[in-house]
Each structure stands twice: as structure tokens, then as C-alpha cells.
Design a protein around this ligand. Structure first.
Ligand code: URP
Ligand code: ZN
Ligand code: ZN
Ligand code: ZN
Length: 461
């Protein structure tokens, strides 16, 4: 089966040029001068459109257990929604429950995702119980293609690890070449502030933001960086939201340390003003780290330009407003943490191109090429080149759309971006050579997506 994508502008992390793309079965066979090839079984006309490598969302939580409930998208619904938005790979998190082993955890997540996903997927491992067995099992995970481990400086009593536990896991990561991913917020201090707010009768959603100040993200980020420096482990700061945290990352990178960071669209476009919406509306915007004051946004865009922020992921972790966010109506600390977004990352970051915040090449780099290299998937993913998987998005940069819960495909009853006017829209999506989204709708299927065993990070010095 040969598919020719012709007439478009092919994008990569280094630029844009008019070219045609020949796909044979599941992979890219050739990228040629326009019009050079004419013979194919199937022709896709991309005239006036971009042709870019499929998006890679390196931070999602499908059916994730949290706060007595679980995130509302299954692997089936969440990967279909991702595909609609031009994302063709997700890396989700297997979550170790305290007392459980990493091997049993990985097995459970393979059972959840196997045969369900519309697009290819990999796993990171959340380590919440550091002990001799777990540390040994980090090697087994890496051999099984899970080469990155998330740890938490937040959520005492749930996922939290002490500095000593983090140090031990980092030593193991250094030994095996794996990446430590850090949720960097000072959870011990935050829990005190939360208790004080509740004792003072401050129970509304905005208090979620007020009790998690940006300086405590900056402090934890700097501490994680020091622990990584002492151990020599590579470190990736997840969902960075605060200027203080960005400064710490920039300083470490300037010093030559293997420190990387991602941010998420919600921190670029939403703010604590959304958390402060009247009534219980703010609950829709409860995630950790919290939405910040608007002043942080310019710093985050700058970080994306300077590469101190290398990746944009969504941290997609949807909870329905009516039934799930409701759990915290009388106590903000009981609102399940997380927001929906897997469907809108490519569109939202394209607005950064439209507004002149980032270049077209940087859009592709932060949303596809760098995540592939960061998490050991390149050049199979993240680029349109001969031999790469034919995960390709045809994107119409001039189409207009309005984001809404009425029209999105995520399994959640609200949109965090309700009414956002977007320039640009996905036209067609191929996953390993198969058209799964086209102007006539979704034509993929659960089970098409394959598990991706990953190599180590390809940026380490
Ligand atoms: O609020 C969030 N971010 N929920 C998902 C879990 C995490 O910490 O990434
Ligand atoms: Zn099994
Ligand atoms: Zn986190
Ligand atoms: Zn997350």
C-alpha cells in the first residue's frame, strides 16, 4: 500500500519546505521534491496545508486512580481524542501503589492499555515506594522499555518521596542511564498551608492556588536539581508552571547539568483568575502545580524559545465537573487534581506560532521531535524521514474553530478552553500509515495502537 501526500509544506524541527511524502505500508519511504512522484494507491492532497510529524504527548494520565476516583478518559477514549487533535503517540504513567511492586504495576498497566489504544503508546513509571526491591526493579523496567521514572516531592502520604528516597532512586537512575521525572512542589510545607486555610474556613477552589505558592515550586525544583547534581542523574521537571522554577532550570542548564523541563498549555493560557471563578466553577481548573498569576506566562513562552523548556505536554488528567470535581465542593483539598487537554495541545501551541511567540519549527520541535528524543523514540517517531513510522498530520493553518465541550472528543463534561477561538485545525492524521482522522471523521480503532518500548534519553552528555 503506497500513499502519496502531495502539495503540502513539510515541517520539521529545523524548518519548512514544499515537499511530497511517500508512505509505504507503516513507514515513510521518501520525502521528495514536489511532483517528483506521481504513482501511488492513494493520494492525499495537502495543498495549502502543513505536513508535520504526529504530535507526541509525553505526559498523560488515562484511567489514573486519584483521590478515591479515577481520571475519566480510558485508554480507548483518551487516545481517540488525542488523534483528533493531531497527537499520534502518548506516554502515560503506570502508577505504583504503596506496597506494590513495579513489575506488577507495569503488568497492570499493560492490561489496561493493551488492545484499547487508537495510537501508539509508551509508559513512564511512577515510583511511590522506594525500597531495595523497587530500586532493583528499575533495571527490569528499563529493560522492558520503561526508561523514565516519575517521583513526587508533593502529596505526602500518597506519592511523596523523601529527599533520601529520591537520592537513592537517582543513584539507580544514574547507574542505568534512566531519567528521573520530578513533580517539584514542596508538599510538606503546602500541606501545612492547606490545613491552615481549611481551619480558617477558606474552602473554595481558589485556595488550591493560594496554598501552593510559586516559590515552593521554585524551592523544590532547585532542591531536585541539587540532588540530581550530587548523584549525576538526568532530571526532567514535569509540568513546570512558575518563573522561579524556570530560573532554577535555566541556571542548571547553563552550568551544563542534564536537566530538562516541560510546560503545559494550561500554564501558557490559563491563570489563577480561572481558579477564582465564582461559585464552584474554579474546580474545573484545579491541577497541581496550580494555575499561576498571569505574569508567569511571558517567562514560560521565553523558556520555550530559549529551550530551557524543551517539551510541551498536557498532563491530561480529566475529572468530570458534575460527579468528580464535586467531591471537593466543601473542601478544596478533596477536588481531584487534574485537567483535560490531550486533544488541544497542537492547536493551542499553534496559537503561539500565530501570535509570534514561537516559530513553526519550534512548534514541531517542542510538541513532537524533542519529546521523541527526550524519551528514546527518535527517529522512529518525531520526524518525517525515510524509515520513520508514518505518523503524519496534515494541518490546515488557516481553518478556524472554537473549542468547546459540545464538540470535543475527550470523555469529560467540560472544556478548560470553552469558547477559545483557534486559528488552524487538524485535517488528516495517519498513524503508522493508516488514516485514522480525516475530514469525514475518525476512522481509527482501539487496538491499532502498539506499545512502544523506549530507549534512553538521547540528549544526555
Ligand atoms: O494535577 C495533576 N497534575 N494531576 C495529575 C497528576 C500529576 O501530578 O501529574
Ligand atoms: Zn499479566
Ligand atoms: Zn505531577
Ligand atoms: Zn501528571
Amino acid at each position: 500500500m503506497r500513499t502519496l501526500i502531495k502539495g503540502g509544506t513539510v515541517l520539521s524541527a529545523t524548518g519548512a519546505s514544499p515537499a511530497d511524502v511517500l508512505v509505504e505500508d507503516e513507514t515513510v519511504a521518501a520525502v521528495t521534491a514536489p511532483g517528483f512522484l506521481t504513482d501511488a494507491d492513494h493520494i492525499l492532497d495537502a495543498t495549502g496545508k502543513y505536513v508535520l510529524p504526529g504530535g507526541i504527548d509525553a505526559h498523560t494520565h488515562m484511567e489514573m486512580p486519584f483521590g478515591g476516583t479515577q481520571s475519566a478518559d480510558t485508554f480507548a477514549t483518551g487516545t481517540e481524542a488525542a488523534a483528533w487533535g493531531g497527537t499520534t503517540t502518548i506516554i502515560d504513567f503506570a502508577v505504583q501503589a504503596k506496597g506494590s511492586t513495579l513489575t506488577a504495576t507495569l503488568d497492570r498497566w499493560h492490561h489496561k492499555a493493551g488492545g484499547e489504544c487508537a495510537i501508539d503508546y509508551g509508559f513512564h513509571m511512577i515510583v511511590s515506594d522506594v525500597n531495595d526491591t523497587t530500586l532493583k526493579e528499575m533495571e527490569t523496567c528499563a529493560e522492558a522499555g520503561v526508561t523514565s521514572f516519575k517521583m513526587f516531592m508533593a502529596y505526602p502520604g500518597v506519592f511523596y518521596s523523601t529527599d533520601g528516597e529520591i537520592l537513592r532512586a537517582m543513584q539507580k537512575a544514574r547507574e542505568t542511564g534512566s531519567m528521573i521525572m520530578m513533580h517539584a512542589e514542596n508538599g510538606i510545607a503546602i500541606d501545612e498551608l492547606v490545613a491552615q486555610a481549611l481551619a480558617a474556613g477558606r474552602s473554595e477552589p481558589v485556595n488550591h492556588g493560594l496554598t501552593r505558592p510559586s516559590s515552593l515550586e521554585g524551592e523544590a525544583t532547585a532542591r531536585a536539581i541539587r540532588l540530581a547534581q550530587v548523584t549525576g542523574a538526568p532530571l526532567y521537571i514535569v509540568h513546570l508552571s512558575a518563573a522561579e522554577a524556570l530560573s532554577a532550570v535555566a541556571e542548571a542548564r547553563d552550568g551544563g547539568q542534564n536537566v530538562f523541563a516541560e510546560t503545559c498549555p494550561q500554564y501558557l493560557y490559563l491563570s489563577i483568575e480561572d481558579l477564582a471563578r465564582p461559585g464552584f466553577e474554579g474546580a474545573k481548573y484545579v491541577a497541581s502545580p496550580p494555575l499561576r498569576e498571569k505574569r508567569h506566562q511571558a517567562d514560560l513562552w521565553r523558556g520555550l524559545r530559549t529551550n530551557d523548556l524543551s517539551v510541551v505536554s498536557t498532563d491530561h488528567c480529566p475529572f468530570c465537573f458534575k460527579e468528580q470535581k464535586e467531591l471537593g465542593r466543601d473542601d478544596f483539598s478533596k477536588i481531584p487534581n487534574g485537567m483535560p487537554g490531550v486533544e488541544h495541545r497542537m492547536d493551542l501551541l499553534h496559537q503561539g506560532v500565530v501570535a509570534g511567540e514561537i516559530s513553526l519549527a519550534r512548534w514541531v520541535e517542542t510538541c513532537s521531535t524533542t519529546p521523541a528524543r527526550m524519551f528514546g523514540l527518535y527517529p522512529r517517531k518525531g520526524v518525517i524521514a525515510p524509515g520513520s513510522d508514518a505518523d503524519i498530520v496534515i494541518y490546515d493553518p488557516n481553518a478556524k474553530q472554537v473549542l468547546s465541550a459540545e464538540t470535543h472528543h475527550m470523555n469529560v463534561d467540560y472544556s478548560a478552553y470553552e469558547g477559545f477561538e483557534i486559528t488552524g485545525k487538524v485535517d488528516t492524521v495517519l498513524s503508522r500509515g493508516t488514516v485514522i482522522v480525516s475530514p469525514s471523521g475518525f476512522s481509527g480503532r482501539g487496538g491499532h495502537g502498539k506499545f512502544l518500548p523506549r530507549e534512553h534519553c538521547q540528549y544526555l552528555t
